[in-house]
Design a protein around this ligand. Structure first.
Ligand SMILES: Nc1ncnc2c1ncn2[C@@H]1O[C@H](COP(=O)(O)OP(=O)(O)O)[C@@H](O)[C@H]1O
Ligand SMILES: O=c1ccn([C@@H]2O[C@H](COP(=O)(O)O)[C@@H](O)[C@H]2O)c(=O)[nH]1
Length: 202
C-alpha cells in the first residue's frame, strides 16, 4: 500500500488536486481518507457552542482514530470512516465503509502536524497558494457550499484561521517531499505526482 499525505492551507486546492489524481487511477486502486472526517464528535455541545470551536487547531482532530484506521487499512481491514457535516459542525453519526486500496490518499490542513501520521506517509505533499487567493476561494466555497455568510468567514479568518495557519500549517511545508504551487491550476505538477504514483504501482 502506498500512503500519500496531502496537506496545505484551507482553500489551497487540496481537494481539487486529490480529485484530479483519483480521476486518473482505476476505481479499485485508490481511496481517500479526509482529515475532516476525524473532527472530534461534539454532539454534547449546542450548535451555538460548536460554532465557537477552533477547527484549525490540531487538537480539534482525533488523530488517534485516524492513525488507527490507517493501520487497520494497512493490515488489509476495512474501516468505518465517519461522515462529517460542515453545515452542522459535527459528525453526522453515519459512516462510510472504506476498503484498503493500493493507494490511500490522506488529505487535510493539519495532517503533516502529526508525527505518527507523517511517519506512515510514503509521499508527503504540500499544496501551496497565497493567502489572499486562499481567502477568496474559501469565501466563495463556504458561502456557496457550506452555508456560511461573509461575516462568519471573515471573522473566523481573523480570529483562528490565519493565526493557526501561521502557527501550525505553514511550518509543515518543511516536512513535504513535494510542494505544489497552486495559485493557478498546476497541471504539470499534478501530472508529475500521477507519474510517480503510477511508477510506484507498476
Ligand atoms: N487553482 C485554482 N484556481 C481557482 N480556483 C481554485 C483552484 N483550486 C481550487 N479552486 C477552487 O477553490 C475552492 C477551494 O478549493 P479546494 O480544492 O476545496 O481547497 P482545499 O481542499 O485545499 O480547501 C474550490 O471551490 C475550488 O474549486
Ligand atoms: O465544522 C467545521 C470544521 C471545519 N471547518 C473549517 O474547514 C476548514 C478545513 O477544510 P478545507 O476543506 O481544508 O478547507 C478549516 O479551515 C476549518 O476552519 C469549519 O468551518 N467547520
Amino acid at each position: 500500500m502506498l500512503i500519500i499525505g496531502i496537506a496545505g492551507g484551507t482553500g489551497g486546492g487540496k481537494t481539487t488536486v486529490v480529485n484530479t489524481i483519483v480521476d486518473e487511477l482505476k476505481h479499485d486502486e485508490v481511496a481517500v481518507i479526509s482529515q475532516d472526517s476525524y473532527y472530534r464528535d461534539t454532539s454534547e455541545l449546542s450548535y451555538e457552542e460548536r460554532t465557537q470551536i477552533n477547527f484549525d487547531h490540531p487538537q480539534s482532530i482525533d488523530f488517534d482514530l485516524l492513525v488507527n484506521h490507517l493501520k487497520a487499512l494497512k493490515k488489509g481491514e476495512a474501516i468505518d470512516q465517519p461522515i462529517y457535516s460542515f453545515k452542522e459542525h459535527n459528525r453526522t453519526g453515519e459512516t462510510i465503509l472504506t476498503h484498503p486500496k493500493k493507494v490511500m490518499i490522506v488529505e487535510g490542513i493539519l495532517i503533516l502536524t502529526n508525527p505518527k501520521l507523517r511517519k506512515m506517509c510514503d509521499i508527503k505533499i504540500y499544496v501551496h497558494a497565497d493567502s489572499d487567493e486562499r481567502l477568496i476561494r474559501r469565501l466563495k466555497r463556504d458561502m456557496n457550499e457550506r452555508g456560511r455568510d461573509l461575516d462568519e468567514v471573515l471573522n473566523r479568518y481573523q480570529t483562528t484561521l490565519k493565526p493557526m495557519h501561521q502557527q501550525f500549517i505553514e511550518p509543515t511545508k518543511e516536512f513535504a517531499d513535494i510542494i505544489i504551487p497552486y495559485n493557478r491550476y498546476n497541471t504539470v505538477a499534478v501530472d508529475i505526482v500521477q507519474t510517480i504514483i503510477k511508477e510506484k504501482l507498476a
